[in-house]
Design a binder for this molecule. Structure first.
Ligand code: HPA
Length: 264
């Protein structure tokens, strides 16, 4: 058992945690919905996201949502912070150690498809690992050869779509292209992403999906669209803009995620 599993169980109890949720830029308010909450700063947990990116939380929140026990990472660590694609591995291994079987991921992303506008949610149906990095490089066992077909669980996607319809907003599906960042894409790179078949671009999530599948978890991921990709609109792309625009997506995720968790 990892040290962090022990630390968390000492503080929050040993009842298994079924679901883990990772919150992206500007989305940490989703954690406000957790009942019977215990908040543990990442700084007290070995291997959890350090450093930090503005707009991300720095706590693990454990409690109940929709009657289930859930652990929420209010922020994440990105490849672009240091060049380590496996930065989230210790935290996700800790989640597995707590009993997590379902991993829910969120992020802020730029759309390269007119169907998805700022303020919309896009369920990720698949990804293109354009950063070319992989969190399993160096993993010595044959478990490293992870099958990525249907890595974004089709049943969970179906449930989320139906919930969106019920709640009165559309949650379409699309392909997420992972760029390392931290610079945003060039106009030419956005045109390339369109030609490659992507619907949105972003700087996170894909490594966590690979790790989640490696750990045997069901994975679901949703982008909150904060802007159109470079050159597709006159808005000025910046991290400040991402954080401001994320509020709209956060409001939708605050309605979608509890309903999804309840149905799991
Ligand atoms: N590109 C990459 N990452 C992003 C973007 C973008 O346009 N918007 C929010 N995260």
């Amino acid at each position: 058992m990892t040290t962090s599993v022990q630390t968390i169980q000492n503080i929050a109890g040993t009842e298994p945690v079924e679901i883990a949720l990772v919150l992206g830029s500007g989305l940490s308010a989703v954690a406000d919905l957790v009942e019977d909450r215990v908040v543990i700063p990442f700084s007290q947990l070995e291997g959890f996201p350090g450093g930090g990116v503005s707009g991300h939380g720095r706590d693990l929140v454990i409690g109940r949502m929709g009657g289930k026990r859930i652990a929420i990472l209010t922020g994440r660590e990105h490849y672009y912070e240091h060049g380590n694609a496996a930065a989230m591995r210790p935290a996700l291994e800790t989640m597995a150690g707590l009993g997590v079987k379902t991993l829910l991921l969120t992020n802020s992303a730029g759309s390269v498809d007119d169907r998805f506008r700022p303020g919309d949610l896009m369920l990720i149906s698949d990804h293109i690992n354009y950063a070319g990095m992989n969190p399993l490089i160096g993993e010595p066992t044959d478990r490293r050869f992870v099958n990525m077909v249907d890595c974004y669980d089709p049943a969970l996607r179906g449930k989320a779509k139906a919930i969106g319809e019920r709640l009165g907003f559309s949650v379409g599906e699309g392909i997420y292209l992972w760029n390392s960042g931290p610079s945003f894409e060039t106009v030419a790179e956005i045109q390339m992403a369109i030609r490659l078949g992507a619907n949105a671009v972003g700087m996170s999530t894909a490594p966590e999906v690979i790790l989640g599948r490696f750990l045997g978890m069901k994975v679901w991921a949703c982008s909150s669209i904060t802007n159109m990709g470079a050159g597709l609109s006159s808005e000025n792309i910046s991290h400040e803009h991402t954080k401001t625009m994320a509020v709209q997506g956060a409001d939708k995720l605050k309605r979608l995620i509890p309903a999804l968790v309840e149905e799991l």
